[in-house]
Ligand binder design. Structure first.
Ligand code: GDP
Length: 298
């Protein structure tokens, strides 16, 4: 992830290193190179434009600073702006005042929702919470089974319709799970929902119905970082169809170019809250914009 972007930016900056002072033309040329690097990384065009405009403005005003040489100044500006575009501060889960805190996951099939549900449950358990996993993906044949196995591995409880009971009603299951959590004193409920391979009205309606039935404290949109340019359209469609409070980026271990990560915050106005970096339950962490920015410029 981000390797190509990192390499490109590093070479842009190294060409500035020998300069004593940056002229207007130097700044323009540098910004042009950064623009190309971002577009090649699949960052959405409006995001690139806004990014470059800010870097340019700050680079022009930065000449007075004596503490850093011109190359260092540009690196610092780009670093700051990367943090900004990645969301600025880390956004933590907002727990409900009265438990259970209800977290609903939404996203396309294959995005990594079910895996993420298991990871999030384990992460919460490790912090002393008592999470309940809820299987509301009753569309994908193996989803309930997959979540059951994950729950077992994570050492957390699961609420699922009995196998063999037909397709089942995910809205009813979601609703029942909340009562179940209250009765059994689980303090966080994580609801896995059905996705489709592409944007689909029926899928959106079902997710919106579940949302209306359980009124979640957090709706997390699970986004596969590997889908490149499609990430923006997918995120927009989920924002419109279901609405969400935060984003979880998955498959950051893959060799994606990074466009989804750098675009999604600005396109949706919602923060990236968690990152998934592999298939194992442990491959998961809170998303830190500053660390990610440093990694890109490493
Ligand atoms: P869902 O359809 O959204 O529930 O997606 P799944 O959770 O079933 O994940 C789809 C596939 O992606 C599975 O093979 C997962 O093991 C894999 N997967 C999920 N998250 C990650 C990740 O962060 N990195 C990698 N490499 N694979 C992942």
């Amino acid at each position: 992830m981000f390797e190509t972007l990192s390499d490109r930016l590093t070479s842009v900056f190294s060409s500035l290193r020998s300069r004593g002072r940056l002229s207007e033309a130097d700044i323009d040329a540098t910004c042009r190179e950064i623009r190309i690097a971002l577009l090649e990384a699949d960052v959405a065009l409006p995001v690139v434009k806004a990014f470059i405009a800010r870097v340019k403005e700050r680079a022009r005003g930065a000449e007075v600073s004596q503490a850093l040489n011109p190359a260092q100044q540009v690196v610092k500006i780009v670093h700051d702006e990367l943090i900004e575009v990645l969301g600025g501060e880390t956004r933590r889960i907002r727990f409900a005042k009265t438990p259970p805190t209800v977290i609903m996951l939404a996203g396309l099939q294959g995005a990594g929702k079910t895996t993420l549900a298991g990871k999030l449950a384990k992460w919460l358990r490790d912090q002393g919470h008592a999470p309940l996993l809820v299987a509301c993906d009753l569309q994908r044949p193996n989803a309930v089974q997959q979540l059951t196995v994950l729950a077992e591995r994570a050492g957390v409880a699961i609420f699922a319709p009995e196998p063999g009971n037909g397709v089942g009603d995910p809205v009813a299951v979601a609703r029942q799970s909340i009562d179940h959590a209250k009765r059994k004193q689980y303090d966080v409920v994580i609801v896995d929902t059905a996705g489709r391979l592409g944007i689909d009205e029926e899928m959106m309606r079902q997710a919106a119905d579940i949302r209306d039935a359980i009124n979640p404290d957090e709706v997390l949109f699970v986004l596969d970082a590997m889908i490149g340019q499609d990430a923006v359209n997918t995120a927009r469609a989920f924002m419109e169809g279901v609405g969400f409070d935060g984003v979880v980026l998955t498959k950051l271990d893959g060799d994606a170019r990074g466009g989804a990560a750098l675009s999604v915050r600005q396109i949706t106005g919602r923060p990236i809250m968690f990152a998934s970096t592999g298939e194992k339950l442990e491959d998961f962490d809170v998303f830190h914009p500053d660390r990610m920015a440093s990694r890109i410029l490493d």
